[in-house]
Design a protein around this ligand. Structure first.
Ligand code: OAD
Length: 256
């Protein structure tokens, strides 16, 4: 038996025209864009060993102070899943979008490095990167350390624990990431929010800031979010299906 292919998606012509002529576009991505690469989103149930924990309870400075080994091992588990995954068609389509838009900024809340692997260039890592490690005391990136078997390992310079270079709940986004994001959002013509529940600040404020500056707002998500009722265009479904088809519709001459 052969499976009938899903019919091609139909996009509003105003959206297609606007994107075709846009010069300044901002895309905000969340965990949903990497779900089709096999990486669990934050608010999905955790698997196996981790079913008893909520991601939010492990991604805090308090959790690390209380049980650094548990937090380090949870990130090691996530890093292992991510290291075995690859960019999906949504990540790849955003590289094409960047090629077409003169002033394009990708703000990602994801720490999984998949946009970078796909080939995106102008990326603001809003929540850090799981493949970097920093000293929990000196707050600087550390690239090599002695493997003594201790978990977490210790900083070779000050002997405090090392930790992933990601932003935890209750911590501040880096000033550089915040100001670069605000600058591009205040100036964009189209803001596209992809695969984020829009529940975590300050990222959740970015689409609202875009609206205040009269940007068009597009949301791509499997389900409604607090942003949905403010969006000009709501594209509901899998980002790995929607984004490549949208790009192909806007720029039909591009190589698939
Ligand atoms: P969430 O897990 O909160 O939300 C994922 C969103 O993606 C949901 O709205 C899903 O409906 C949607 N989704 C899932 N699969 C999808 C698919 N294939 N296509 C389109 N949409 C899909 O993740 P984030 O919004 O990224 O922060 O979470 C924001 C922040 O909270 C994270 O960066 C992390 C987390 O705790 C920190 O660790 C500081």
């Amino acid at each position: 038996m052969t499976e009938t292919p899903a019919p091609p998606l139909i996009f509003p012509s105003e959206l297609v025209q606007t994107l075709r002529s846009a010069h300044r576009v901002v895309v905000l991505t969340g965990a949903g864009i990497s779900a089709e690469s096999g990486i669990p989103t934050f608010r999905q149930a955790q698997t196996g060993l981790w079913t008893q924990y909520r991601a939010e309870d492990l991604a805090t400075p308090e959790a690390f102070r209380k049980n650094p080994r548990l937090v380090w091992e949870w990130y090691a588990w996530r890093r292992n899943i991510i290291a075995n995954s690859k960019p999906n068609p949504a990540h790849l389509a955003l590289v094409k979008l960047e090629d077409q838009i003169p002033n394009f900024t990708l703000i990602t809340q994801n720490v999984d490095n998949l946009h970078q692997t796909a080939g995106s260039r102008k990326i603001i890592e809003f929540h850090g990167n799981i493949f970097r490690t920093k000293c929990s005391n000196e707050n600087r990136v550390v690239e090599t350390w002695f493997d003594t078997g201790e978990v977490p390992p210790r900083c070779p310079s000050c002997n405090h624990f090392l930790r992933p270079d990601v932003v935890w709940f209750g911590e501040l986004i880096s000033e550089a990431a915040l100001s670069a994001a605000f600058r591009s959002v205040q100036d964009c013509q189209v803001f596209i929010s992809i695969g984020t529940s829009g529940l975590v600040e300050p990222a959740a404020s970015l689409p609202r800031l875009a609206l205040q500056h009269e940007s068009l707002l597009v949301e791509i998500n499997l389900e409604p979010t607090p942003l949905t009722h403010q969006a000009d265009f709501i594209l509901q479904g899998l980002s790995g299906r929607i984004i490549p088809q949208l790009i192909a519709k806007v720029w039909p001459d591009l190589q698939p």
